[in-house]
Design a protein around this ligand. Structure first.
Ligand SMILES: CC(C)(COP(=O)(O)OP(=O)(O)OC[C@H]1O[C@@H](n2cnc3c(N)ncnc32)[C@H](O)[C@@H]1OP(=O)(O)O)[C@@H](O)C(=O)NCCC(=O)NCCS
Length: 173
């Protein structure tokens, strides 16, 4: 099996948007009302919004390919692009998504390790992330990867306010 993790290029905007929308939809549609879901997808994955995120010099998207098939992605942010916290010593893992068909094959682990490797290379002390309190599978995954809950924050999903756990992992030098 051949695995490649690489930066998403500006000319791959449509591929990124489609992947982000598909993986979000397949992860959370069953747990939300159709109205909430549709409003969020429209707002969060608006092409111009994603284009601006991709062009932000403080954020990076990485794709994971397995045997040339796109299986997942991450989005990482340093200050001042972080959605919260905004501590110079930290890197935020804002998004980590693996397509349903590729789950539980170790790709999430490879992606999160990739984010940690980048954080270390930038001299950051920790990686943090927010996860919906009802996303128990992701919480188990993050705990397995060494992350611990240290805070909570509120996240707007369409018109609904949802509660996120904020988790972090201190990086070993
Ligand atoms: C969370 C996610 C990124 C994990 O990626 P993945 O490739 O499926 O996970 P991995 O195969 O790397 O799992 C590594 C370990 O984490 C744990 N784990 C992962 N998914 C799990 C689950 N659904 N239930 C319990 N443990 C899980 C297991 O210990 C697993 O090791 P094992 O398979 O040898 O038992 C992926 O499931 C996903 O995209 N979920 C939907 C989107 C999402 O919720 N993203 C996070 C938003 S905050």
């Amino acid at each position: 099996m051949n695995i490649l993790i690489r930066l998403c290029e500006p000319n791959e905007i449509q591929i990124l948007r489609d992947l982000a929308c598909k993986t979000y939809d397949e992860s959370f549609r069953a747990l939300n009302t159709p109205e909430t879901m549709d409003a969020y997808l429209q707002e969060a994955f608006d092409l111009e919004k994603v284009r601006a995120e991709l062009a932000n010099p403080h954020s990076w998207f990485y794709f994971l390919f397995t045997d040339d098939m796109l299986a997942g992605y991450i989005k990482i942010n340093q200050t001042p692009a972080q959605t919260d916290i905004n501590d110079e010593q930290s890197l935020e893992l804002e998004r980590i998504y693996v397509k349903r068909a590729f789950k539980r094959r170790g790709f999430g682990k490879l992606l999160i390790e990739h984010a940690e490797k980048i954080a270390k290379s930038m001299g950051k002390q920790y990686v943090w992330l927010g996860v919906w309190e009802k996303n128990s599978a992701a919480i188990v995954f993050y705990k397995e990867m060494g992350y611990e809950v240290f805070d909570r924050h509120t996240f707007r999903m369409g018109e609904e306010l949802q509660s996120d756990l904020v988790m972090k992992k201190i990086l070993k030098p």
